[in-house]
Design a protein around this ligand. Sequence first.
Ligand code: ATP
Length: 347
Amino acid sequence: MKSEQPVAVRFVEVSRHFGTIRAVNQVNLDIFDGEFFSLLGPSGSGKTTCLRMIAGFEQPTSGHIYLYGQPVSALPPYERDVNTVFQDYALFPHMTIEQNIGYGLKVKGVPRAERKKRIAEMLDLVRLPDVGKRKPNQLSGGQRQRVALARALINHPRVLLLDEPLGALDLKLRQQMQYELKSIQKQVGITFIYVTHDQEEALTMSDRIAVFNEGGIEQVGTPGEIYESPQTAFVAGFVGTSNIISGDWVERVIGTRDLFSLRPEKIHIYPAGADVPTGCIGLDGLVRDVVYLGVNTRYLVQIDGGGDLIALKQNLDQSSVDIEAVRGQRVRLIWQKDQMRLLAGGG
Ligand code: ATP
């Protein structure tokens, strides 16, 4: 999509092994200038190691990393035009917020008046204009994380690396900070590379996402592509929930023995015997379980002839009593045929 933009970070066949552990294995990746790009995957899948190699804290065992076209293997961290924001903020406790944010500029010898101006700009950017004279322990966790962000951005790095920066915050604050981070990234236009194991966080903020599994990348795409068209069973199961379907009834209905993913919210529940519109698939079954989730209800349906499907229905006008009444009923599940996504690894 952004192929006309310069490539900010390029991985070419990059591996990082620790003894027998293949932390990162033959990764190829292009991250474009100005993107909000997330590395998403479960714990131990190699995301942080990739981030540390971009920062220069870790060296590839083999392969090459380029920053704006320049190979960086020989560059120490402080000569790379990148900055990192960590989960634990790493603010200096004895310094004021202003001193923390301006520290990098002071080290560089930027004159006091210029420093003051840029610190004020940064405090405005992260919406904390009045806390400059306070110490870190006089701020909340969310405010400290914004100060850490301001400190990392004040030098205008070309790339900002963020390693699970919201992990220590509670859910409400995390969701609020997700929107703020995205809006700050848009304002400054700097490439953000964001490590997270939280799929919702990645879907909310990213222009594109790379899904990691066991040191490799399973899929790269926009949030819509990753969610709507997962290419592997791993991606379908890790990003949101999915029915992974194969076997006899797929062969009966579709005519192949391929592996498919079908999102639960794409499956509609009708009374037994309902008409199946053209372009749709209808299967009959028995509702084995019903889980009321507030906004939605999840139904587990045992399909006649074998296999289970999960269907999700938004609770628009149905009450929890209506919902319970469906348990044990025979139903017809109907979905559009083209909602079934072919996955790699079937057959
Ligand atoms: P998390 O979300 O838990 O941080 P991650 O996806 O970021 O996980 P990495 O931290 O990159 O994963 O780790 C990938 C694998 O490499 C893990 O098995 C980890 O134990 C291993 N690993 C990472 N750093 C080292 C190291 N310095 N020495 C040995 N093994 C390491």
